[in-house]
Design a protein around this ligand. Structure first.
Ligand code: SAM
Length: 258
C-alpha cells in the first residue's frame, strides 16, 4: 500500500476552524480513501508560558500584536521532521535529529499573507505536484519577519483584501490543490475543462428543466449535435472572457519577437 499522493500540514491557533471543511464533501472522501493526508496542528502546542501565548507587542511600537518567531520556528521544525511538540518547544536551536531546519532544506512551506504572490490556478497546479505542503496561518498583525524569510518557502495571498486570519486563505489553497490530486474529483474532465485551466472562463452551464419561468435553455445544447455544442461553448467562453476578464486573454496572446 503506497502513502497518500499529497500530505498537507496546517499550523494555526484555531485548529477546530478546519473541522467543518475537512469533514465535508470531497475532502473527507479524499482523506478516507487515502489519497490525501490533512493534518492540522495547534500552534499553541509550541508556546512555553502558562498562558500558551504565541504573540507579543511589535518592536518599534504600533497597534496590535505580532506572532513570535521562536514559536513558529519550533513548530515548523517539529512538523517538517514529524516530531512531537515536546521535542522542539522552547528550544533555541533545532533538535539534533532534525533533517529539515529553518533556513535550510525544508518541505514546501506556504505562509499565507496579504503581501504574498497572488494565488491562481497555475500556482495550484504547481503545488499539486508536490508530495507535501505545510501551510502557515497568521493572526493578529501578522507574523515576525524572520519567519517569512527563514521558515516559508512561499508567501501567498488569496486577494487584495485583509482577512482576520490565514485560515480562510489556507482553506482556499487546500480546496484548489486537492481537487487536482488524481482521483479526488471523480470525472477528470471536470478539472481540465473549466475556468482558468485553458486561459478562458468556463462557458455557461444549464440543466433540467429546459423551460423555467419563460427562460429557455439554448436550443443547441439539446440538439444532440456534439460539434455544434462544442463550437457554441468555445464561442461563449471567448465572449464571456472578453467581457469579464480581458486580462486573461491578454496573457494568452502570442508574444512578438524580442
Ligand atoms: N497586518 C497585516 C497586513 O497589513 O498585511 C495583516 C494581518 S491579517 C489581520 C492576519 C493574518 O491573516 C495574516 O498574517 C495572514 O496570515 C492572514 N491574511 C489576511 N489577509 C490575507 C490574504 N489576503 N491572503 C492570505 N492571507 C491573509
Amino acid at each position: 500500500m503506497t502513502g497518500p499522493a499529497l500530505v498537507i500540514d496546517v499550523l494555526t491557533i484555531f485548529p477546530s476552524w478546519f473541522d467543518g471543511p475537512l469533514s465535508t464533501s470531497l475532502l473527507a472522501r479524499a482523506t478516507a480513501e487515502g489519497r490525501l493526508a490533512l493534518r492540522v496542528h495547534d500552534l499553541r502546542e509550541w508556546a512555553t508560558d502558562r498562558h500558551r501565548s504565541v504573540d507579543a507587542p511589535p518592536y518599534g511600537g504600533g497597534p496590535g500584536m505580532v506572532m513570535r518567531a521562536d514559536v513558529w520556528f519550533n513548530a515548523a521544525e517539529a512538523v517538517w521532521n514529524d516530531l512531537p511538540p515536546t521535542v522542539t518547544a522552547g528550544r533555541d536551536r533545532p533538535p539534533p535529529e532534525a533533517r529539515y531546519v529553518a533556513g535550510g532544506s525544508r518541505p514546501r512551506t506556504i505562509l499565507l499573507t496579504p503581501r504574498g504572490d497572488r494565488f491562481d490556478q497555475a500556482m495550484a497546479e504547481q503545488f499539486a505536484r508536490e508530495p507535501r505542503l505545510v501551510l502557515l496561518c497568521g493572526r493578529y498583525e501578522g507574523i515576525d519577519e524572520r519567519v517569512h524569510h527563514e521558515v516559508a518557502t512561499d508567501e501567498v495571498s488569496v486577494g487584495d483584501y485583509v482577512l482576520l486570519g490565514g485560515e480562510v486563505a489556507a482553506a482556499a489553497v487546500i480546496e484548489a490543490v486537492t481537487r487536482l490530486v488524481p482521483g479526488v474529483v471523480g470525472n477528470a474532465g471536470s478539472t481540465t475543462d473549466e475556468s482558468f485551466t485553458s486561459g478562458l472562463l468556463e462557458y455557461p452551464q444549464y440543466t433540467r428543466p429546459a423551460r423555467l419561468r419563460g427562460l429557455e435553455v439554448p436550443e443547441v445544447l439539446a440538439s444532440g449535435d456534439h460539434g455544434a455544442v462544442r463550437r457554441w461553448r468555445e464561442e461563449q467562453a471567448r465572449t464571456l472572457t472578453d467581457r469579464r476578464r480581458p486580462d486573461l486573454r491578454a496573457e494568452q496572446a502570442p508574444r512578438g519577437p524580442g
